[in-house]
Design a protein around this ligand. Sequence first.
Ligand SMILES: Cc1ncc(C[n+]2csc(CCOP(=O)(O)OP(=O)(O)O)c2C)c(N)n1
Length: 342
Amino acid sequence: MEMLQILAPDGTLTGEAPLSVDEVRRLFRAMVAGRAYDHKATAMQKQGRLATYASFEGQEAAQIGSVAALEERDWVVGTYRDAAAMWFHGYPWVNLILGRTGDERGGHAPDGVNVMPPSITVGAHMIHAVGLGWSERLLGSDAVAMTYFGDGATSEGDFHEAMNFAGVYRTPTVFVCQNNGWAISMPTSRQTASETIAQKAIAYGMPGVRVDGNDLLAMYQVSRDAVARARAGEGPTLIEAVTYRVGPHTTTDDPDRYRDGEEAAEWRSRDPIARVRAYLQADGAWDAEWEADIEQTEHDAVERAVDEAEALEPFGAGEIFDAMYAEPTPQLIEQRDKSIGR
Ligand SMILES: Cc1ncc(C[n+]2csc(CCOP(=O)(O)OP(=O)(O)O)c2C)c(N)n1
């Protein structure tokens, strides 16, 4: 299967750009914001202020290029590694930070923001995305659900169930697999005997596309087309975004124990942000001062979210139970009472 690329690693176009320069500048800024959050969260974990954190460095184009194709009424259903996509669709940084401290108040989106909390269970959320899209369709809406997952998640039974159901019922689902080369220490080559992930779509009766996941423009184009298909009632699409996790799996991981450092260094040189920077610069639409300015502004926004999260009164031990159901079950009431020593 061919891999679509529109923006070459040196920032030159190999096809027609699907976005105006102003739109590219807006998405460049979003990628810069994502990286500001990513670096801050990694640093905070090392300071003992966050629990485990999963960096998405290197995957900014895969996330921002795809989520940018959505409308507000659409859904984002992602994982622990998809903070940039979640944030772009309205999930506030403060909630993401709270979630990483184990505070349940970070575990849901504000009203009207169609973003599910991140799935830590590998693969389980793809089924939810299919159900969300299907229910939107049954309610007469044209909203679609975009779900993010890794190459490792495609080995879960949940992936098969989600893809199969979506194919049979032609649900408005866009499956975005960020094939980042590794599932913790398991390389994609040992994850599946398929030559590509995209080709798995054929068996479920839906289109599969393979795209350079470090290319913002190509990511946007394939996502826009998949969203349009889903919205028009033509069913789901599987997108395989070929990218790379340049950092560790999470802050608890040491990738030097299982992979060659040169591989990560090579992928760092294909940085998705640098690629768009080169494109904008060649167009006269970038200068260092502008980037320094947006970087500072986005960094400040993340810092404010951190301050807000850390200024909250600690979450009470028993309150976690209140977040489970509208009406707690007798068992939950019993557990809650025990946890607060009643
Ligand atoms: C059902 C389940 N099994 C195992 C784990 C432990 N685990 C967390 S992340 C991960 C690897 C997932 O790899 P992939 O789907 O490729 O996503 P990536 O982390 O690379 O983004 C595993 C095995 C889990 N969270 N859930």
